[in-house]
Ligand binder design. Structure first.
Ligand code: MRU
Length: 349
């Protein structure tokens, strides 16, 4: 039922990180073997690997690849580690999972280095990145189980962007809910927003749901209001790149509009959020860094000019949805309901 592995390590210490090149979907399912940190930076930056949890795992493997090829002498190890993590941190700004993963592997490497030396520190980074894959699958299944309890046989949900297996190691977050519910025998169908400008909904969500045998209907982003007004949507399920301490959250551009619509039509709006996507250091959504991408993604989509050359383009890749539009966050430790500042704080212990 779960389509494919998005990211995995192939081989031993000399191995490669294998990802699906998501820029080629749905036309081609092609794997890309990444063997150095520069190629990993490029893969993250260009969305060959994308989606908050997958970006985090990719960055962790990237640290290993950087350390492996740098072969730093012991007295340069900490400086080299800092250089590699700072470099990877520049690949994309919004998904907090990237910074969470970099901090996790570099913290481990620093600790192991002081106790056991260089070689163990480097091999521990690879082991930790591999461990993240197993954990990510467990997180997806747990989010799926908590979320599936919210859905009944015959429900139809709407989702925006891709928070599926392709955005994680394998299971997804928002779509894990659909996979688990379907595994329980519930007939769930999905409206997938196309998700301009890069079409993650059309290219990726529609593709992976079809692979999994889940009924999916593609709509353009501007059709969401109509399908909601027509009573076709029982709940909205989306993922997130970063949740602030007050429950405001960032997700793919267009999510805010979907949330406002769901509010207007009285449709529950759920956000699947692994704990690694919660950033307690950011008080509200106003402080979440929002990535801006190039004009060509809008005016020259997939190589075809759709706007006059030289026209001004504004292309924020994410938006921030205020907490008041969220019915609940679905995490691997259960649901978090309003008031979110207290609920999220309790969740993080
Ligand atoms: O630009 P992308 O494709 O990386 O954006 C992805 C999203 O916005 C996802 O909804 C989010 O990362 C959650 S993935 C579980």
């Amino acid at each position: 039922m779960i389509p494919v592995k998005t990211i995995e390590w192939i081989g031993d210490a000399d191995g490669v990180c294998r990802i699906i090149d998501q820029t080629l979907l749905p036309g081609q399912l092609k794997y890309l073997d990444i063997a150095d940190v520069e190629a990993m930076w490029e893969a993250i930056r260009t969305l060959r690997v994308r989606g908050a949890p997958a970006i985090g795992i990719a960055a962790a493997f990237g640290v290993y690849l950087g350390l492996r090829s740098a072969a730093p002498p012991a007295d340069r190890f900490l400086a080299e580690l800092e250089r590699i993590t700072s470099y990877l941190a520049t690949s994309r700004p919004t998904a907090v999972n990237l910074f969470w993963a970099l901090e996790r592997v570099s913290g481990l490497a620093r600790a192991t280095f002081s106790l056991e030396g260089l070689a163990v520190a480097i091999s521990d980074v690879l082991a930790e990145a591999n461990a993240m894959i197993g954990e990510d699958n467990d997180v997806g299944k747990a989010i799926g189980a908590y979320g599936a309890a919210l859905l009944a046989d015959g429900d139809s949900i709407l989702t925006h962007c891709n928070a599926g297996g392709l955005a994680t190691a394998q299971w997804g977050t928002a779509l894990a809910v659909v996979y688990v519910a379907a595994g329980q025998g519930k007939r769930i169908s999905v409206y997938a927003d196309e998700t301009r400008p890069l079409l993650q909904g059309a290219r990726l969500t529609a593709w992976e749901l079809k692979q999994a045998g889940i009924p999916v209907t593609l709509i353009t982003d501007s059709m969401a209001a109509t399908v909601m007004a027509q009573g076709r949507v029982r709940a909205v399920l989306v993922g997130t790149d970063r949740v602030a301490a007050n429950g405001d959250f960032a997700n793919k551009i267009g999510t805010l509009g979907v949330a406002v619509l769901a509010h207007e039509f009285g449709i529950p709006f759920y956000v699947a959020a692994p704990i690694s996507s919660i950033d307690p250091c950011i008080a509200s959504g106003a402080a979440i860094p929002i990535e801006e991408r190039g004009a060509d993604e809008v005016s020259l989509g997939f190589g075809r000019r759709t706007a006059p050359e030289g026209v001004a383009v504004y292309n924020p890749a994410f938006d921030v949805t205020p907490a008041r539009y969220v019915t609940a966050f679905i995490t691997e430790k259960g649901l978090v309901h309003p008031p979110f500042p207290e609920g999220l704080k309790r969740l993080l212990g």
